[in-house]
Design a protein around this ligand. Structure first.
Ligand code: URA
Length: 441
């Protein structure tokens, strides 16, 4: 039901367009109307673009987050023993930490009711990655989700008609209307679905750099501040790690390829940057979830969960629980594989001094690994494999990346995007840390 028949959406769009402020009631009207199909995509898209350009006041942001949060149920797991903790990333290229962290933290005794999103813009999404595991069902009912939490200590699902349905609809619309990379809209999107999860604590991974929505550190810090503040207002323990996304995380971008890489980390191997970030984020989760007295101790627990095989077992367990083929954990070749591979090589010798990471994400989408329209299907097998990192010294003709493809249709375009993403110079770049800063209340 619309909150008031006197309100007209066009007036709210015009007011935001002209830098005016909407009341909490007006925002609620907009979100309820859109969620229930009474406000069409084109009007919501226009309002989102106005909000993207003009920004939101603190009152508007609080109202938007709360309207989105209360568009569905706020879950309650108080009958399940243990603290409920989650992590969420603002998104990047090759950003696959959820599939590693959730089993680590569940193996360590916390409950992780993880509600994730699909690929957004140039970034990949946890749900799309999980669906590359044959049979894996991310659309559990609440009863099934509870069963997963009780049995496995975690569950990996998407927003449903019951949990933050407003974000589910708005997220898909933003993806295709150029309204993703805005701190207020990201804050409301992430915090509404995370607060609906019924968690005690949340660790945020806020990306900065060429593959992040917030390219500049100062913008990432601003977004982190908004989210930490929102969490605090709602009585949750929230911390945000500002982490580097000036190059892809790990060695791959592409749905099934990223699952295979997560299995490597859960098996004690995998790329150093991915492993380190997963350990740090898990360490913070153990600390906020009161399983460890310090973050350092939490990181040690995370290492132990990998070394003991406990985290890997948890991953196997959740795959079976959610209907997937758990044999992929021991036989990753069972994951979808692409038909062809094409190397992209360097035309110069020198140091890898810059990587246009967003362009690599777009190239992955061009191969079929992401969506350009809401209804596009994803090809789980395609993606990119990266052979060098910032600062590496390479020879002319060295492999920069390998394209894993199934169709020739846009291969040349993807190849060109990848080739043009790398800058090779005589001097190495200034090293960047993996974790730039930690922001807490
Ligand atoms: N992740 C989300 O869940 N929402 C956003 O808006 C961006 C990243």
């Amino acid at each position: 039901m619309l909150a008031s028949s006197r309100m007209r959406v066009v007036d709210l769009i015009r007011r935001k367009r002209d830098s005016g402020e909407l009341s909490a009631e007006e925002i609620k009207f907009l979100i309820e109307g859109y969620t229930h199909g009474q406000i069409p995509d084109y009007q919501m898209a226009a309002w989102l673009m106005a909000a993207w350009i003009r920004g939101l006041s603190p009152v508007e942001l609080a109202a938007l987050t709360e309207a989105m949060l209360h568009s569905g149920k706020v879950l309650d797991w108080s009958d399940l023993p243990g603290r409920k903790v989650d992590k969420h990333s603002t998104g990047g290229v090759g950003d696959k930490t959820s599939m590693v962290i959730a089993p680590i933290v569940a193996a360590g005794g916390l409950i992780v009711p993880m509600i994730s999103g699909r690929g957004l813009g140039h970034t990949g999404g946890t749900l799309d990655k999980l669906e590359s595991i044959p049979g894996f069902n991310v659309n559990l009912s609440l009863v099934q989700f509870r069963e997963a939490l009780a049995k496995c200590g975690y569950g990996l699902i998407g927003q449903t008609e019951e949990i933050a349905p407003a974000d589910k609809k708005i997220y898909a619309l933003r993806d295709v209307t150029g309204t993703v990379d805005n701190p207020f809209l990201i804050c409301a999107s992430i915090m509404s679905k995370k607060l609906a999860e019924g968690i005690d604590a949340l660790v945020l991974d806020v990306k900065t750099g060429s593959g992040a929505f917030m390219k500049k550190n100062s913008d990432a810090e601003y977004l982190a501040g908004l989210m930490v503040e929102t969490g605090k207002r709602m009585g949750k323990k929230v911390v945000a790690l500002i982490t580097d996304m000036d190059q892809p995380l790990g060695r791959t971008a592409g749905n099934a390829m990223e699952i295979a890489e997560c299995i490597e980390v859960l098996s004690g191997g995998g790329p150093g940057d991915l492993r380190e970030l997963c350990i740090k984020l898990s360490g913070w989760m153990f600390f906020l979830g009161e399983k460890s007295a310090s973050v350092a101790e939490g990181c040690k627990t995370a290492e132990e969960m990998i070394a003991s095989g406990g985290a890997r077992d948890k991953f196997r367990q959740i795959i079976s629980q959610q209907g997937g083929d758990a044999r992929v954990v021991d036989e990753p070749q069972r994951l979808p594989q692409s038909r062809g591979k094409l190397d992209v090589t360097s035309t110069a010798a020198g140091f890898v001094s810059a990587i246009e990471c967003e362009r690599l994400g777009i190239a992955c989408g061009v191969l079929g690994g992401g969506r350009e329209k809401k209804e596009d299907a994803i090809d789980p097998a395609v993606g990119l494999e990266f052979h060098c990192r910032l600062g590496d010294k390479i020879e002319r003709g060295a492999r920069l990346a390998t394209l894993h493809y199934n169709s020739d249709a846009r291969l040349a375009e993807a190849r060109q995007l990848v080739e043009s993403s790398y800058t090779i110079s005589a001097q190495p770049p200034k090293p960047r840390p993996l974790i730039h800063k930690v922001i807490s209340a």
